[in-house]
Design a protein around this ligand. Sequence first.
Ligand SMILES: CC(C)CCNC(=O)Cn1cc(-c2ccc3c(-c4nc5ccccc5[nH]4)n[nH]c3c2)cn1
Length: 256
Amino acid sequence: FQLGMFEVGRSLGKGKFGRVYLARERQTGFICALKVLHKNEIVQGRVEKQVCREIEIQSNLRHPNVLRFYGYFYDSKRIFLILEYAAKGELYKHLQKARRFSESRAAQYIAQMTSALRYLHSKRVIHRDIKPENILLGRHGELKMADFGWSVHAPSGRRITKCGTLDYLPPEMVDPRRCQNPYDEKIDLWSLGVLMYELLVGSAPFEDTPSMTQKRIARGDMKIPSFVSSEAKDLIRKRIPLEKVQQHPWIMKHCL
Ligand SMILES: CC(C)CCNC(=O)Cn1cc(-c2ccc3c(-c4nc5ccccc5[nH]4)n[nH]c3c2)cn1
C-alpha cells in the first residue's frame, strides 16, 4: 500500500508494539524496513519514554554492524520508524537451518559483534539484548545488531524460552546476592560468550527450566561439547575485555 512517499510491501515480522514491512521510497527507490507502532498501544504499554529514549539513542548510531535507524514520521494513530533493511534476514533462522555454525563462520560473527559492542560502549550504550533473535544479516552476510526492545518476533516458530530470556543473563543478574551494578558493560561481555556458545553448539549453554537455568548460570554450570576447539573453549569460558577478544587466537585464526 502507499504511505506518503513510501510503497509498502510484505511483512518482515511482527511483535507486541508493531509490524515491520519491506518498503521502498518512491522518489529514490531506496529500500528500507518500515516499522509501524500504534500510539494507543504505546500509551497503554506506558513505553512512550522508552520509545523516545530509543529514538534519541539510535538516531546517533552509525556502525556497519548496528542496524541503521534513519528517522521516523507519524500520523494521528501511528508512528513509523524508518529502519535499515537487512536483506539476509534473521541470524536465528540461519542457525536453525545449519543447526550449528563452523568455527570460522562463528568467529566472523563474534568479531563483528565485538566491533559493534566496542562502538556502542564507546557511546556509553549498553545492554543491547544480545541473542540470535536480535541479530540480522545484511546483503553480504554481514552482522547487523538490531535492538528489538519491544519484542518484535518474526512469524517464525520462535523458542518460547527466548522471550523474557533468562538464557543470556549473567550471574550478577540472576543471583540477587551479588548486587553489582547490573547495567554495565560487563553484562554484554557475558552475553557475547553465551552467543558464541550458541553459534558453535546450536543451543544456549544454560538452556533448562527457568529455575534450573537460574541455578546453572549462578554456578557457571556449563558443559562445552568435545567438538568445540580448545581455543574456542578458552574464549567462551573467559569474560575478557572487548579489545582482548579481537586479539584472541581463536578470532585471529579465523578472521585474517
Ligand atoms: C525506536 C527505534 C529507534 C527503535 C528502532 N529499532 C527497532 O524497532 C528494532 N527493530 C528492527 C526491526 C527489524 C525487523 C526485521 C528487519 C529486516 C528483515 N529483513 C529480512 C529479510 C528476510 C526475512 C526477514 C527479514 N527481516 N530488515 N530490517 C529489519 C528490522 C524490528 N524492530
